[in-house]
Design a protein around this ligand. Structure first.
Ligand code: KG4
Ligand code: ZN
Length: 357
């Protein structure tokens, strides 16, 4: 089919995502999130996520089909996130997709989650006008910076279905995870990213100079495009401890939460964009695509615009509903695989929590 109708399933973390696309046209993007169930634990609990996927899978598939106005019989293919992600969570999606593929006699494609984030930028359709930069016109090669609670990766994408190179990734915490942990430290609720973003708006980003992980000349030799956020988190914790030991309980000296949040957010945004633009420069790629939930961050977006403009790099940011984990991005890559004539994955693949790109 020239414009294959593909249903995509995504369960790598805490959102059950089911999307339907026809070629590059978005028809449906249904999401059920178990975020609320994780809130009291301060982070995603793998077993809770897997069980929530199991419960949400069927209704979310039904909602996506209804939104798209299509039936299962009309589908040309199915696609599912094979990894990377939480093993138990991935397994629910992969099992559901295999069961559907067998029952319907339709081809099934296993898709890499990170490649899926890039595939989100191919889609156009109703309600996608909030995008910065035109949607659906992704040009290659591009550097992609994918930042969420589960991953922080820098990719070089030459061909979405055949030539994606991992340039670097976090060697410890994901950036979103750092936001969540620092928020907890400051007494802000989960998920912490949006909270820090809100509080930081009132603070001075230059108030405290927090470390930029893996940016010293010696680190750059081995980790030019890798990230590290655990040192930053520890540094914030130490700063808060020291402040409390000096001023704890003094009503004249409350913890300057806004300044800490703004300075922390600045450190994260700075290191993310410094490394992403270094990759664009080193590799001569004049394009940067952002993806993942942390793209919602106001300072990350602002700094991306500033630095890309200064460097003559085209910045692409899909609408937020396609930046956070979703099934449409997986369906998008599925459609690309069909159109490029790739053979289906069959049933011989499994959920792989560390699947390489
Ligand atoms: O892509 P996403 O929805 O999927 C998962 O990783 O599950 O990303 C969620 C992450 C969380 O860590 C959340 O704190 C972070 O993205 N996040 C933000 C913002 N909004 C969400 N981080 C910083 N600033 C934000 N405005
Ligand atoms: Zn993701």
């Amino acid at each position: 089919a020239a414009e294959p109708l593909v249903l995509g399933i995504e369960t790598s973390c805490d959102e059950t995502g089911v999307g339907v696309v026809r070629g590059r046209t978005l028809l449906a993007n249904a999401i059920a999130s178990s975020m609320d169930e994780h809130a009291r634990f301060g982070g995603v609990v793998p077993e809770v996520a897997a069980r929530a996927h199991l419960e949400a899978m069927r209704p979310t598939i039904e909602r996506a089909l209804a939104d798209a106005g299509v039936t299962l019989d009309e589908l040309d293919a199915l696609a599912v996130t094979a990894g990377p992600g939480l093993a138990g969570a991935l397994m629910v999606g992969v099992s559901a997709a295999k069961a559907l593929a067998v029952a319907l006699g339709k081809p099934l494609y296993g898709v890499n989650h990170l490649v899926g984030h890039v595939g989100a930028d191919l889609l156009s359709g109703e309600g996608l006008r909030e995008a910065v930069g035109a949607v659906g016109e992704l040009e290659l090669p591009t550097v992609a910076l994918l930042v969420s609670g589960g991953h922080t990766s820098l990719l070089l994408v030459r061909d979405l279905v055949g030539d994606v190179e991992m340039l670097g990734e976090t060697i410890d915490d994901a950036a979103g995870e750092a936001f969540d942990k620092v928020a907890r430290l400051l007494g802000l609720p989960y998920p912490g990213g949006p909270q820090i973003d809100r509080v930081a708006a009132e603070g001075d980003p230059q108030a405290i100079r927090f470390p930029r992980g893996l940016t010293r000349p010696k680190d750059l030799e081995r980790h030019r495009y890798d990230f590290s956020f655990s040192g930053l988190k520890t540094s914030v914790a130490r700063w808060v401890e020291k402040f409390e030991s000096e001023h704890g309980g003094d009503p004249e000296h409350p913890l300057p939460v806004a300044d800490v949040a703004a300075s922390f957010r600045e450190a994260v945004a700075d290191v993310l964009l410094t490394k992403a633009l270094a990759a664009c420069r080193d590799l001569g790629v004049p394009r940067l695509l952002l993806g993942g939930g942390v793209v919602a961050n106001a300072r990350v977006r602002e700094l991306a615009r500033e630095r890309c403009a200064a460097a003559g790099v085209e910045l692409r940011v899909p609408p937020l509903s396609l930046c956070t984990d979703n099934g449409a991005m997986i369906a998008s890559i599925g459609a690309q695989l069909v159109m490029a004539g790739h053979a289906p994955s069959g049933l011989a693949f499994g959920a792989d929590s560390t699947l390489p790109v």
